[in-house]
Design a protein around this ligand. Sequence first.
Ligand SMILES: [Mn+2]
Length: 308
Amino acid sequence: MKKELLKKIRSAKQILILTHTDPDGDAVGSAWLLQKIIQKLQPAARAGLLFDPEHKAELDYFIKKIKNIAVKMPDLIISVDASDLSRIYGLSGCRVNIKIDHHESKSSFGELNIVDPRAASCTLLIYQLARQLGLRLSKPMAEALYLGLSSDTGNFAFANTDTETLAAALECVRAGVRPNQIFNKLNEQLSFQEIRDFAVALRSAGAHCGGRLITASIPAGLKVDNRFLIDFIRREKNAQVAAVCVEKKDHIKLSLRSKSGINVAAVAAVFNGGGHKEAAAGKIYSATLAGAQKQVIQYFQKYVFPRQ
Ligand SMILES: [Mn+2]
């Protein structure tokens, strides 16, 4: 695996790194970290990245730190943190040569697939590769790694937080990362309007299935980050699963979180999506937000929390 990866990178001149639409901290961190690694392995190559411009504003701080290089005719395309071909931003009919990912997925669309669902973040998986190649963790690499680690572990609080993630975080801090600064840039950048909109969205919260399922929804027009909302409602003490429906242009986005061992990736798969056991997302083609939410609640009532 390591040899094949090295061979592909060393023989490339123009490398394009892509990730999923609506990128999160792990997507941005993974592309950034990989670019830094490629620059060390193959300094003569041009390694550029492409991000979906429709990303959360707080990621701009990190994207601005990345020195992007225009790559017009890539001879190597690497996707990071993307489980499905249809979710990759900027691919436009090209082939993916290398897929690096940590989602549970049967889609092996790369010529070379480096996939490990045990890795808490895709940046951690890329860091492990870099370590095998004997590369030292520089400060920018550590920032990229930490960005993905903290994003995908809910600031080192989710079930995927383990000795590996904490040991990698320690390496990041040793390399000069300041956890508080990254937390501030990611989580303390809301506008006053977003605080008010959050209050409106929170009013939609409901408990179902004897309290084991907690739901909320975000109508179009409200500026609310669904991750903040779902991470808030999941705090309810009896909730085993949290579900948030978000009204998008042509569909309803479904986000799911599990605190109880229930595999929400399997539920997301029913709703045109996928992800991890504890965090997953899907798409519902319903004309209304209420209609989509009803479908979700009914699915949980019937299949996940049936009455004994
Ligand atoms: Mn990820």
